[in-house]
Design a protein around this ligand. Structure first.
Ligand code: KG4
Ligand code: ZN
Length: 331
């Protein structure tokens, strides 16, 4: 069994994953404390990870019905993410692994999102084109195997989830913004406003900053009272633009690569209208269940099945990284 830990942002997560990719248990403790600040406060996130990690790990082991003695290796997110938050998870993972002289598998968070697709009961196997859309990243990747990917395109400014979070804030909605916008948008008309999707940006890169600015101006032009009255329409049209901006690049990539299989991952992949829109593409589609799209440790355990393990005590000096991607590039 693999015990996996994920603390790259504001969710404290632990999971037990079997070597054949079954999620035996998965615990996610979301730190609701950040909502009042309208975003994640790094220092507060680290402190909460410190308070929550032991209980979350115990909970994951208890739900799996095993003790630490039943774990063969420990996996942990090494980066990218918030350094202080990552350090708590990595220190905890080192301690658990070292206590029983177990190997440790450092996992790249982005590779983890991709590996959510490989989990049982319906693993979606490579090769495939992968759209990763989260709060920190928006990427198109060519995935040929279980470890590594080739980057085909990425955002030039904000990530899709970041755009939704900022849009939600402009509309006076809560954090995280993606789910808040999705809920409100269900009552609105996506055709009520026309927001830009950077269609003029050729190739497979994304840009969301113009969309965000456009919402800002629209809210300003409408005035506070009218914007409030049309908040559901604004949310629906804004969400529609994010979905179409993602779908446009996916369709371009499917055409230019000739790939016939599409995987979607990352927090934004939990979005209902995005899932429905991509289901209309003429491809074999693999989107993990919603709980495996947003941050979780099961995806880290899944990636660890295919990543090299460090034997004890080689990992004791292991450090975290804040940005960039360290997963091996396949081409
Ligand atoms: O993958 P994730 O949990 O964390 C990162 O690695 O960033 O993604 C979080 C992002 C946030 O921006 C959040 O607003 C967005 O995913 N998100 C959603 C939904 N659930 C989470 N966006 C749209 N619709 C959702 N249902
Ligand atoms: Zn993530």
């Amino acid at each position: 069994m693999i015990l996996a830990i994920e603390t790259s942002c504001d969710d404290t997560c632990a999971a037990v994953v079997s070597p054949d990719g079954r999620v035996v248990s998965s615990v996610v403790s979301s730190q609701g404390v950040h909502a009042r600040y309208g975003g994640v406060v790094p220092e507060i996130a680290s402190r909460h990870h410190l308070e929550l990690l032991d209980a979350v790990v115990d909970d994951a082991l208890a739900s799996a019905g095993i003790a630490l003695a039943g774990v063969e290796r420990v996996a942990v997110t090494q980066g990218p993410g918030l350094v202080g938050a990552l350090l708590v998870g990595v220190a905890g993972a080192k301690a658990l692994a070292a206590a029983r002289r177990m190997p440790l598998v450092p996992v790249d968070h982005l590779q983890g999102h991709v590996a959510a697709s490989f989990l049982a009961p319906e693993p979606f196997e490579p090769p495939f084109l992968c759209l990763l859309a989260s709060g920190g990243h928006t990427m198109l990747m060519r995935v040929e195997g279980h470890h590594g990917y080739e980057l085909l395109g990425q955002t030039l400014d904000d990530a899709a989830g970041e755009a939704l979070d900022k849009g939600a804030r402009l509309l006076g909605l809560g954090f995280p913004g993606g789910p808040a916008i999705e809920r409100l948008a269900a009552e609105g008309d996506p055709g009520a406003f026309d927001f830009p999707i950077s269609a003029g940006l050729a190739g497979l890169d994304f840009s969301f900053s113009g969309l965000k600015t456009s919402l800002l101006y629209r809210v300003r032009d409408l005035g506070e009272a009218q914007a409030l009255r049309q908040r559901a329409d604004l949310a629906a049209a804004f969400q529609h633009a994010v979905v179409e901006a993602l779908a446009l690049r996916v369709e371009r990539a499917l055409e230019s690569t000739g790939m016939g299989r599409l995987a979607v991952c990352g927090g934004v992949a939990a979005n209902g209208p995005l899932r429905e829109r991509l289901a209309r593409c003429d491809v074999e589609l693999g989107i993990p269940e919603r709980a495996l799209c947003t941050d979780n440790a099961a995806m880290i355990g899944s990636a660890a099945r295919f990543a090299p393990a460090l034997p004890f005590p080689d990992y004791l000096g292991l450090d975290v990284y804040a940005s960039g991607e360290r997963a091996p590039v396949t081409a």
